[in-house]
Design a protein around this ligand. Structure first.
Ligand SMILES: *[C@@H]1O[C@H](CO)[C@@H](O)[C@H](O)[C@H]1NC(C)=O
Ligand SMILES: *[C@@H]1O[C@H](CO)[C@@H](O)[C@H](O)[C@H]1NC(C)=O
Ligand SMILES: *[C@@H]1O[C@H](CO)[C@@H](O)[C@H](O)[C@H]1NC(C)=O
Ligand SMILES: *[C@@H]1O[C@H](CO)[C@@H](O)[C@H](O)[C@H]1NC(C)=O
Ligand SMILES: *[C@@H]1O[C@H](CO)[C@@H](O)[C@H](O)[C@H]1NC(C)=O
Ligand SMILES: *[C@@H]1O[C@H](CO)[C@@H](O)[C@H](O)[C@H]1NC(C)=O
Ligand SMILES: [Zn+2]
Length: 701
């Protein structure tokens, strides 16, 4: 049992009790949830992708087992070197190496038996395949682009051409590759060659170009402020640009960093890194433009190929290849509950075998048909991400809101491309919706909210507390952060399918149609979200318990919170926190939960508030806090969660158990600091202290 102090050494100072005033303190700090920037993975159009990159014949590739750890080669475009030094440094030394390493460790491919030599772009769409190689008609384009980047000459195959009837196929003589130089290389077009170059540059005999050795994927990286960068708050975007011929695996792709949106702030690193990993995955296979090329475990296409083109059917309008329903299927739900009734809703679901298994396991719902794809956000977001409502903080959803993780479900998707094996050890646990069953995974959020209300159970991860002033915070389901319900009033009436409330407290009838979560991609379902405190648009602190720097400054730390390692979120009791000096009482208008250190000892959970350790004897017990700090008496309550929830794991490793309240609660359960205010007998120290407090009051007010 830890020792409990019952007295305090804090100096007690005296002023007239008559001067007491009650002040309601609203924080002068603005709360914002994280920005909702949609990923716009504008899938490459048909004419931006080159297929049929010959590395080895299909019958050889198919027989290989998938056991080669993925090797990604990064190739910089000039523009990367023009970045400001800190930005270059961050990309070159942190972001790219970390992101590349993550996928290299997480994924395996079939060994690539030779260097990757990319195909040249043809001026026409039609190509002839001869001896496993693509041939352009008559000539190749002067340059071959991969996204914003021009592919270096020495990464390219010779220019293979046939005449327009598919005869007379040959490799055009290749220009000697001088030391590669982008600026002069436009001259490599036959038409613009001077006599001089022609004479000196043709190779005497055919030499194989170098290609890129010892690699499975070439990523061309640029950093140009493109139109797409300016359109949103896009940090980076990426896609594949070439696929090999045997199994259609993407072997080259491109990523562009948007210099203007790139933050080098330490705090933003995790989200930039997560974005770059996310973008790389679009290039490696998670893209609507690749669904039609996915293959089964035997390397056979999941979508039948057209005999004439050898490719899956092309959707002319969207310029992408259409997939079969072995990859993505339409699933219609009858009786999808919304405000005032039911509708039919149709969803696109990934139905490949591993994905189906993983989502069923995740939600504990054996009837779930597959993993739902995003249907909002337009081209670039829809279909090419997981549905935000269903997979909230999964990193492959279309917008980053909090704590994003690459889960087993995304890893399963990569395996179901037929190109990769994933090491699930590198997947991160996804808490959202875990084990909540079909009633969560197959129903609307309105239906889930209703059902939980009837069962008198917590509706988490959805929520129904309107975000307002005063703020009422809550704890994230795993107690890792103080969170807010993002339910707000929208200016416009939400589309009918996204209206989730028949009634809301203090909302006039009819006005409910304006209320919904703040994240549109999540179908406006309200859910618990981490947030940041801002003051005059400067970020003051975040709401994650684990970061020490999130602890409020002393003069505003009314609930005596303490962030850092081994700190978790605990609910406050229903009473407003009060801070009392001899002159003033402050009632804090926003409260609800806070981060505190805790320990698991002697079969019990202990929560540390201020300098006191409080012992929890049963779940729901309210720890009455009365602590004097810097002349202020802090009064409030912290609610004990079940010991098992907090300590079961830690105890299990020590063969200990949570005690069930078999002993009587001790008398003097809670330490109780007393604020003594008497007739002035002020010591100089006390005068200094009280004036300091007044100053701090003024600052807060
Ligand atoms: C970029 O990173 C590579 C590999 O980490 C390193 O060898 C190289 O020196 C870096 N370049 C610069 C200019 O810092
Ligand atoms: C293509 O080449 C074949 C054989 O060399 C020839 O018969 C045919 O006329 C050529 N077609 C054209 C359009 O040049
Ligand atoms: C190439 O050389 C020939 C004769 O030597 C000359 O007539 C012709 O104009 C030259 N062409 C170019 C593009 O310089
Ligand atoms: C699936 O639904 C979309 C619209 O939601 C429709 O355009 C498409 O044709 C449907 N596909 C099938 C196979 O029914
Ligand atoms: C999964 O759901 C079933 C009921 O559908 C329930 O009996 C079982 O305990 C659940 N398992 C987990 C791990 O939540
Ligand atoms: C709380 O404890 C720490 C160290 O245990 C000490 O430095 C600090 O002065 C204490 N604060 C109060 C208000 O008692
Ligand atoms: Zn994306």
């Amino acid at each position: 049992m830890s020792k409990i102090k019952f007295t305090s050494n804090v100096p007690v100072f005296s002023l007239f009790v008559l001067l007491l005033v009650v002040v309601h303190v609203f924080c002068n700090i603005v709360v914002t949830e994280h920005e909702h920037v949609h990923c716009t993975h504008e899938h490459p159009r048909e004419d931006q992708v080159i297929r049929g990159v010959h590395i080895e014949p299909a019958h050889i590739v198919k027989k290989r087992s998938i056991d080669q750890p993925l090797r990604i080669s990064i190739v910089y475009d000039h523009s990367v070197y023009r970045l400001e030094p800190e930005k270059f440094d961050m990309i070159n030394n942190t972001i790219l190496p970390d992101a590349v390493k993550f996928w290299e460790q997480a994924l395996k491919v079939r060994k690539t038996g030779g260097p990757i030599r990319l195909n040249r772009k043809c001026p026409t769409r039609q190509v002839f395949v001869r001896g496993g190689r693509s041939h352009c008609i008559d000539s190749c384009s002067a340059e071959t682009m991969c996204g914003e980047v021009r592919v270096p000459e020495n990464h390219l195959n010779p220019c293979y051409v046939c005449n327009s009837t598919g005869h007379n196929c040959r490799a055009l003589p290749r220009l000697k590759t001088r030391s590669f130089d982008e600026d002069v290389s436009t001259e490599l077009n036959d038409n613009t060659l001077s006599n001089d170059t022609q004479v000196s540059s043709f190779e005497e005999e055919e030499v194989e170009p170098e290609g890129v050795e010892d690699t499975d994927f070439v990523l061309y990286v640029s950093a140009v402020e493109t139109e797409r960068c300016r359109r949103g708050l896009t940090v980076a975007y990426a896609s594949h640009c070439q696929q090999e011929s045997a199994l259609d695996r993407p072997v080259a792709g491109h990523a562009n960093f948007c210099p203007g949106e790139l933050s080098t702030k330490y705090r933003d690193l995790p989200s930039v890194l997560s974005t770059v990993k996310h973008e790389m995955l679009h290039a490696l296979g998670f893209s609507v433009s690749l669904f039609a090329f996915y293959r089964d475990d035997d390397g056979e296409p999941l979508t039948p190929r057209r005999p004439d083109t050898g490719n899956p059917p092309l959707d002319e309008e969207l310029q992408i290849h259409k997939w079969s329903d072995r990859v993505v299927r339409n699933v219609t739900r009858k009786r999808w509950m919304i405000r005032g009734g039911y509708i039919d809703r149709t969803f696109h679901m990934v139905v490949t075998p591993r994905v189906v298994k993983e989502v069923r396991d995740h939600f504990n719902c054996s009837e779930l048909e597959g993993a739902e794809l995003e249907d909002q956000g337009g081209d670039g977001t829809a279909l090419t991400h997981w549905e935000k409502r269903v997979f909230e903080n999964e990193a492959m959803t279309g917008t980053h809101t909090q704590n994003s993780v690459f889960s087993r479900i995304t890893f399963a998707m990569l395996e179901d491309t037929g190109w990769y094996r994933a090491d699930y050890e590198h997947a991160a646990p996804l808490d959202w919706g875990r084990g909540l069953g079909c009633q969560f995974a197959m129903a609307s959020c309105k239906q889930w909210l209703n059902a939980q209300r009837l069962r008198r159970k917590n509706p988490a991860p959805f929520c129904e507390r309107i975000k307002g002033n005063p703020l009422r915070t809550e704890c994230s389901p795993r107690r890792t952060a103080v969170v807010l319900c993002n339910l707000v009033r929208h200016d416009t009436i939400l589309p009918r399918a996204y209206q989730h409330f028949d009634v809301l407290p203090n909302v006039p009838p009819g006005d409910e149609a304006h209320y919904g979560g703040s994240v549109s991609l999540a179908d406006y379902c309200p859910y618990l979200q981490e947030f940041t405190w801002k003051h005059k648009s400067v970020l003051v602190r975040g709401s994650r318990c684990v970061y020490e720097e999130n602890t409020p400054k002393t003069d505003v730390n009314f609930a005596l919170e303490n962030y850092g390692q081994h700190s978790k979120c605990f609910d406050h009791s229903d009473r407003v926190w009060e801070q009392k000096s001899c002159r003033q009482i402050r009632e804090w208008q926003h409260w609800g939960s806070g981060c505190y250190k805790y320990k698991c000892e002697s079969g019990r959970l202990h929560i540390i508030v201020g300098n006191y350790t409080y012992t929890c004897y049963h779940a729901g017990q309210v720890l009455q806090v009365r602590i004097i700090k810097k002349g202020w008496l802090h009064k409030g309550g912290v609610v004990c969660p079940p010991c098992k929830e907090m300590c079961a794991e830690e105890f299990a490793s020590r063969r200990e158990y949570c005690k069930v309240g078999e002993e009587a609660l001790p008398p003097n359960l809670y330490p109780n600091d007393v604020l003594t205010c008497g007739v002035p007998a002020l010591s100089p120290a006390a005068i200094l202290l009280s004036s300091a407090i007044l100053l701090s009051v003024l600052r807060v007010l």
